[in-house]
Design a protein around this ligand. Structure first.
Ligand code: BG6
Length: 491
């Protein structure tokens, strides 16, 4: 456990992420004694704000979004005394000069050089200027204890991601860069590694001999809300597939790493991305379905059509829904289709991975029709279930599929740590296992580039529509039909 003092600096301190995720996560780490006794949180943004008002806003964020509920007044007082708001324009050198002075003062007070964490919770256009400021003022110059956390999106395509990597790696070492993908911090996602590699029941079957297909679906109820400005130039492919979905795919499909070690795990994951069969432009229009939501109702609430959302172009062809069929051309997976799906303004939030096994070879029962299916439910349900055929009790030999279920809520009490808590603690302890290495990010961009390119050339070709509150267009269903009855299958 780290006992060195820690100075966390958040750029973009007035933003949504800080209020909803970062401060609640740091607060929970604090109350559960995961932070060292000496720490400070320097919060930087360009807006003028009174320190007291800033802190009140953060407290409201905790009360609203933290899993631990309302903050304890005494603990909040102690925690918030460590938060320092600094007005600073990211484009001005004085911002970095001031910050450096504050960091040096902090070290002097503690008579020790602290661990420095710089969290870039800003719009992507500021990443380079902030990184350069930190570099010029030698604020992040100890490669063993100074770390930069970079939020997604990491670039907007392969070229920009490569350029950004080059830019950062000229100034810092790979070891100092923590490219975050918050899905990797989710408890149920981390558990997939344990489930796969600590249980010998499944791993021997985890290949094309026994598995018929795999589905990975991340369905969201929310529309784009206030994020139209960002989302309209991004779309579901960049926002969810390039990162979260492909990362889940890697965890499901990777080979067992030689040891539970960051680099070995990251190598094994990157290999999966490299073996994904590249999409030709013909594949794109055949095996990738894109769609956009139109007016509808989600959860009994009216939702405007995507093109009517704030900051979205009225003739936008940005996709809010994507399903795709892809193949991993290696020995383990050759011939097994992977179906991936994500969408906004769908009827329910469902993040689920389905491993569908092949039919049993000996069909000795006439009603043995349902193949085994393993369902790993990431959220909001936290469970793993296995569907198998069972004899219905009675005098007849009659079969019926039933579920064997493991539910977190039955097995464990208390709330699970939030993804950001797990990931921030890893940064603090210098563990990059759950973060994206430069080559991983680039390999993921390589997978989606042919799709982006084909869509760019043909902006509205085969762009489909679905009313908000439905499960997407019919064509998505057709894509998966030969293998499964529907998408987004719950246990
Ligand atoms: C973010 C995307 O990375 O993940 C959002 O930018 C999306 O569009 C969000 O809503 C989903 O995360 P979670 O943890 O709510 O499933």
């Amino acid at each position: 456990k780290n006992e060195l003092p820690v100075a966390v600096t958040i750029f973009g301190a007035k933003g949504d992420l800080t209020r909803r995720k970062l401060i609640p996560a740091l607060y929970n780490l604090y109350i559960e004694n995961h932070l060292p006794p000496l720490f400070s949180i320097f919060c930087i943004d360009f807006l003028e704000t009174e320190s007291a008002a800033f802190k009140t806003d953060l407290l409201e964020g905790i009360n609203e979004f933290s899993r631990s509920g309302q903050a304890d007044p005494v603990k909040w007082k102690a925690f918030s005394s460590k938060i320092i708001y600094m007005k600073g324009d990211f484009q001005e050198t004085t911002t970095f000069q001031n910050l450096k002075e504050k960091l040096v003062d902090f070290d002097k007070q503690n008579s020790q050089r602290s661990i420095r964490i710089f969290y870039l919770a800003t719009a992507p256009r500021f990443i380079e200027v902030i990184a350069d400021g930190l570099y010029q003022y030698t604020a992040c110059n100890k490669d063993k204890q100074d770390r930069i956390v970079i939020e997604k999106p990491f670039g907007t395509d392969l070229d920009s991601a490569k350029k950004l990597n080059l830019f950062l790696l000229k100034r810092f070492t790979e070891k100092q860069l923590y490219r975050i993908d918050h899905y990797l911090g989710k408890e149920t996602v981390q558990n997939i590694l344990a489930f796969r590699f600590a249980n010998n029941v499944f791993e021997p079957l985890w290949n094309n001999k026994y598995i018929d297909h795999v589905q990975i679906s991340l369905a969201e109820q929310v529309g784009v809300g206030k994020r139209g400005g960002y989302y309209d130039s991004s779309g579901a492919l960049r926002d969810m597939i390039q990162n979260h979905l492909l990362q889940l795919l890697c965890i499901v499909a990777m080979d067992c790493p030689g040891a539970y070690k960051a680099e070995l795990i990251r190598d094994a994951k990157t290999k999966v991305l490299k073996y994904i069969r590249p999409f030709t432009s013909r594949d794109v229009f055949k095996n990738v379905i894109r769609a956009q939501y139109t007016e509808g109702t989600v959860n009994n609430q009216p939702v405007p059509g995507y093109r009517k959302e704030a900051q979205v172009l009225p003739d936008s062809s940005t996709e809010t829904f994507v399903t795709a069929k892809l193949f991993i051309d290696n020995k383990r997976w050759r011939g097994v289709p992977f179906f991936i799906a994500t969408g906004k303004a769908l009827p329910r939030q469902v993040s689920v991975i389905v491993i569908q096994f092949k039919n049993s070879p000996n069909k000795i029962f006439k009603d043995d029709t349902v193949p085994n299916r393993l369902v790993i439910s990431i959220q909001p349900e936290l469970e793993i279930s296995l569907l198998f055929e069972n004899k219905v009790p009675g005098l007849e030999m009659k079969l019926q599929p039933v579920d064997m279920d493991f539910m977190y809520k039955d097995a464990y009490t208390g709330s699970l740590p939030e993804a950001y808590e797990a990931l921030l603690l890893d940064v603090l302890e210098g563990d990059p296992t759950l973060f994206m290495r430069a080559d991983q990010v680039e390999a993921a961009w390589k997978v989606v580039m042919p799709i982006l390119d084909a869509w760019k050339k043909n902006p509205s070709k085969k762009l489909l529509f679905y009313p908000a509150g439905t499960w997407g267009p019919e064509a998505a269903l057709k894509l998966i039909r030969p293998h499964a009855k529907k998408w987004f299958q719950l246990p």
